[in-house]
Design a protein around this ligand. Structure first.
Ligand SMILES: Nc1nc2c(ncn2[C@@H]2O[C@H](COP(=O)(O)OP(=O)(O)OP(=O)(O)O)[C@@H](O)[C@H]2O)c(=O)[nH]1
Ligand SMILES: [Mg+2]
Length: 350
């Protein structure tokens, strides 16, 4: 799973990238990728129960993308996000005497600029494909279906709406998948606040921005990259106090990670033993067989059954022994739909 962090220059993208990945951003502002660990308290709790030699969190690859400068670096910018699975757009609201803003504190206008850029890129892509397909019409029997989907795309883009808004059936969806349209990628907005704004909950262009994001069905997360950086330096107790005082219950990084997960329809299942407690990422609705394949194709191929305990039951009982005594242990087949938080042992035969 690859996520591109985009926005105008000096919005705080690299600051968030550093927090999400613990990786230093590139000093020359080049696009850069690093792995971010998805915080999950459930993993910490399971680790306490199983005392494993190794703990492995779910991860996401984050791309730190150079700031978008309208009319100046369009091609570079688009090139950097062509193959990501989702976009996080960082919008600057924070005031600073030392960090000049690119063109004012205008998170709503910045959002519109970025969206406009992506809409135009998709329009161009759509027109190119339409022309090409129209020419192939005579010899390519599949062209008709594709043309029909692209016409739907045109109608959406014509209204300045992102292709995300377009409801498609699974076959149409499949046809569109190879196109890599920018506005079809899931999008999450992060507004980067200063401490004052964090406390008051108010920032410039707030009403316009929030109304627009709601209309577009884009989730919004309020963070302060600077405060997050300070919190990450504190020991856990002080960090907790500081967050309570600010009125937030969870770090912004954890909130971003969780929102990305939920918005992309991702869930976690766990494997737990004395060797390793590990989180695995799958899609909502995936079967046990699919989940097995995440771990190893042999396990999917030789699947016999899945031994499943719900996370809450595991925690309530404390040990596998107790889980079994209480009858909370389930044997499931290939077609079982895995739930978020299932603790699973796969039995397989190769
Ligand atoms: N006061 C304050 N400064 C911040 C905050 N977030 C980032 N900064 C500072 O703003 C400057 C720019 O932040 P970056 O994270 O490098 O911004 P960017 O979006 O990556 O910028 P480009 O890579 O140039 O597009 C740095 O000096 C950060 O320390 C914040 O929440 N508050
Ligand atoms: Mg940067």
């Amino acid at each position: 799973m690859k996520i591109g962090i985009i926005g105008k220059p000096q919005a705080g993208k690299s600051a968030l990238f550093r927090l999400l990945t613990n990786h230093e951003p590139s000093p020359n502002g080049k696009a850069q990728v690093a792995v971010g660990k998805i915080p999950d308290q459930r993993i910490d709790v399971l680790a306490k129960l199983f005392n494993p030699r190794k703990i492995t969190y779910a991860t996401i690859d984050f791309w730190d993308v150079p700031g978008f400068q309208p009319g100046r670096n369009s091609l570079d910018f688009l090139q950097s996000v062509r193959d990501v699975d989702a976009l996080v757009v960082v919008l600057r609201a924070f005031e600073s005497d030392t960090v000049p803003s690119y063109d004012g504190l205008q998170p709503y206008a910045d959002f519109k600029d970025l969206q406009q850029e992506l809409l135009i890129a998709d329009w161009t892509l759509m027109e190119t494909r339409l022309e090409r397909l129209a020419k192939q019409r005579a010899k390519n029997p599949k062209a008709e279906e594709e043309l029909a989907v692209l016409e739907k795309c045109r109608a959406t883009l014509e209204q300045d709406l992102p292709l995300r808004q377009l409801a498609l059936d699974p076959d149409e969806e499949k046809l569109l998948r190879n196109y890599d349209f920018f506005t079809r990628k899931p999008l999450i907005a992060v507004v980067n606040l200063d401490e004052e704004q964090m406390r008051s909950g108010r920032y410039p262009q707030q009403d316009e921005l929030e109304a627009e994001l709601e209309r577009m069905n884009v989730p919004l997360i309020k963070v302060s990259a600077q405060i997050e950086a300070e919190i990450s330096e504190l020991d856990p107790d002080d960090a907790k106090l500081f967050m309570e005082e600010l009125g937030v219950s969870e770090s912004g990084i954890a909130r971003i990670a969780r929102t990305v997960y939920a918005h992309l329809g991702l869930i976690s299942f766990f494997t737990a033993g004395e060797k390793e407690v590990r989180s695995w990422t799958i899609h909502l609705g995936d079967t046990a067989s699919r989940a097995a394949g995440k771990i190893h194709s042999d396990i999917e191929r030789g699947f016999i059954r899945a031994e499943v305990v719900a996370y809450e039951d595991m925690v309530k009982c404390g040990t596998m022994q107790k889980v079994k005594e209480q009858g909370l242990f389930r044997l499931e087949g290939k077609e079982y739909i895995v739930h978020d938080g299932d603790v699973i042992t796969f039995r397989f035969n190769v």
